[in-house]
Design a protein. Structure first.
Length: 240
């Protein structure tokens, strides 16, 4: 696994970034080749063309689209890690100008089963909000839902088989940066992601989550999550 030193241009904090490897359709692990020594850039505006890079599999020579390597700094900046370009880029055809999600990056599992009515947990503290989200994920069918004793730097509140989840219990609407950082954490471990919020989401956060296929839920103080976008509706209807 290739790693490079990264310095955040916003806060000057040093990091070590290791690019995640995903399996090529031929079965060989493949990762974007990083440009050691090249300066990183802070992402202030996104386009679909910038979110994907072309990578060549060393085993079979196939060119495919992969997520642009990025790093979320604790200061809040999202950093784009430069990669070496390939000789002849190719982009899978999708709808309009947006690239399709590569087939080798797994989608959420769908195994529908009748479920009893959800029994919520009343929310009085931030810890209660995480507990309510954990109960909801178990109700959806996710296995081995665990809650860290202390919130890690990655801000991942819950982990389950094939899933990570973040619970925003602040009084401000969940922002775009939270969606993007959760997405990057999910990509780095090849799992799905779900986001819960007590205060809702900003318009750009909802738009970005829709484009990335991240289910968004809002929770009231009764502890009953409600889906607020298409991916969340699909997750509720199909289960984990």
């Amino acid at each position: 696994m290739e790693s490079v030193p990264v310095r955040c241009p916003a806060c000057r904090r040093d990091h070590s970034y290791a690019t995640p490897a995903y399996p090529c359709p031929c079965g060989s692990p493949t990762a974007p080749p990083l440009m050691r020594g090249a300066p990183v850039t802070t992402i202030t505006h996104r386009t679909w063309n910038d979110d994907w890079v072309t990578v060549r599999c060393r085993a079979c020579g196939r060119h495919d689209q992969w997520p642009q390597p990025e790093l979320c700094c604790p200061c809040g900046a999202v950093l784009r890690i430069p990669v070496r370009p390939v000789a002849s880029p190719g982009r899978p055809q999708g709808t309009g100008s947006r690239p399709v999600r590569p087939a080798h990056i797994p989608l959420p599992r769908t195994a529908a089963a009748p479920r009893p009515a959800f029994r919520p947990l009343t929310i009085r503290t931030a810890r209660d909000a995480v507990g309510a989200a954990a109960l909801y994920l178990k109700w959806l069918g996710y296995r081995d839902v665990v809650q860290p004793g202390e919130r890690p730097a990655s801000r991942i509140d819950l982990r389950a088989a094939g899933l990570i989840a973040q619970v925003d219990s602040t009084t401000s609407a969940t922002a775009l940066r939270e969606v993007e950082c959760l997405w990057l954490n999910a990509l780095s471990t090849s799992v799905s992601a779900v986001l819960f919020s007590l205060a809702g989401y900003t318009p750009d956060a909802r738009e970005r989550a829709d484009g990335l296929g991240i289910p968004l839920f809002v929770m009231d103080l009764t502890g009953s999550p409600q889906p607020v976008n298409g991916p969340a509706d699909e997750l509720v209807s199909t289960g984990a």
